[in-house]
Write a protein that binds this ligand. Structure first.
Ligand code: AMP
Ligand code: ZN
Length: 118
């Protein structure tokens, strides 16, 4: 599996940097965002080092579908029974700061419909 020794999230995956982990399996890890923008703010991170949506290839289709189906399960586990928001920032123009693909999962309060919290 591709990893990048200079990547913050690869270091978290390898346990070199601590994180507040809430879920982990062979494909992904899920941990709390260090700077939460909502009462629940988690990052769903594939173990494979993929920089962003721009670098996705056909071989990642199963992984990405897996992540999409995992999101509502994690949300439910966190008590987000009334809904949640997902955000994927892509590239500098999209506000991406950590260049290892991740999905933000936010909730725990009523998020405004058209607003962007990230
Ligand atoms: P993005 O702007 O989409 O790349 O999001 C990166 C996110 O990673 C931000 O919301 C940061 O608060 C979060 N973050 C940065 N460092 C850490 C860390 N060590 N542990 C958990 N979250 C982090
Ligand atoms: Zn990485």
């Amino acid at each position: 599996m591709t990893t990048d020794s200079d990547c913050l999230f690869c270091k978290i995956i390898k346990g070199e940097i601590p994180s507040d982990q809430v879920y982990s399996d062979e494909q992904v890890i899920v941990f709390k965002d260090i700077n939460p923008k909502a009462p629940v703010h988690l990052l769903i991170v594939p173990r494979e080092h993929i920089k962003s949506l721009n670098e996705l290839e056909e071989k990642h289709d199963v992984l990405m579908a897996y992540i999409m189906r995992l999101l509502p399960k994690i949300a439910k586990e966190q008590g987000l029974n009334n809904g949640f928001r997902t955000v994927i920032n892509t590239g500098p123009g999209g506000g991406q700061e950590v260049f290892h693909l991740h999905v933000h999962l936010l909730g725990g309060e009523r998020l405004s419909g058209a607003g962007f919290v990230m």
